[in-house]
Design a protein around this ligand. Sequence first.
Ligand SMILES: [Zn+2]
Length: 274
Amino acid sequence: MTWYPSATKIELQPESGAQPAIVPDQFILHSVTAPWTPAQIEQYWTQPGVVVESHFGLGYNGALGQFLSTQTRADANYLTNRRANGHGAVSMESASNHGATDLWTDAQVQAIIKLGVWLHQTHGIPLRISRTWDDPGYGYHRLFKEWNPNSHSCPGDARVGQFKTVIFPAIVAQAGPKPPATGAGGTPAPTYQPFPGASWFSMGRKSKIVSAMHDRLVAVGCNKYTSSANKDTIGSGDKASYEAWQRHLGYTGSAATWPPGKTSWDKLHVAKVV
Ligand SMILES: [Zn+2]
């Protein structure tokens, strides 16, 4: 269960307890066609006959509510939550005018960027706009008919333009790898454990790096462990979980098999062991 620290938790029942787990690998933006607060959006989901919902609701003033864990299925976005691999989309409704024709406010833009960065860092959603409806990445509801069977204008043209020119580039800039900080006043970039080389990953090897990797694989939703005992020792749970991470990044075939490679390792952001 994962709740975003910068949102107000307004847990939606019975959906939160009843809907299946997902591995989140997309972030899809919506406009709700009403000038609602997060609490009003949550009230709407509880109306009789309303059978879809999103994880987040965003008010005009940037206030954000979270209704479901990002690892629980939300039923907006149609087919992308019905994928055979159990992956799904994190979705967000946002206050808009009744025609969904207005721009997101500055406060909404900042909140969407911040959440987009957190989703990359927490769940490893890749920093790209989804290329197909089942491709991990970022997008908006009307981008694919498999997400939006009614072809309704969600969001409107103004917000699609903002997504492409402002919001998505800012998410990439703030979440992507940063050059090392230099000079006075610079904050040091986070340091991650360097890739130890494919041959390092032999079954039975014991190291704090293995524990750190285990923690990250769980955090990004690739938990295939059956136990946390001997967490510092490479075993079958590490292999299964790491291969889930490789598939999550879009690798297939031999590129999605143990041992780890440098590219997928660097994206996992394993904490540096000192
Ligand atoms: Zn929508």
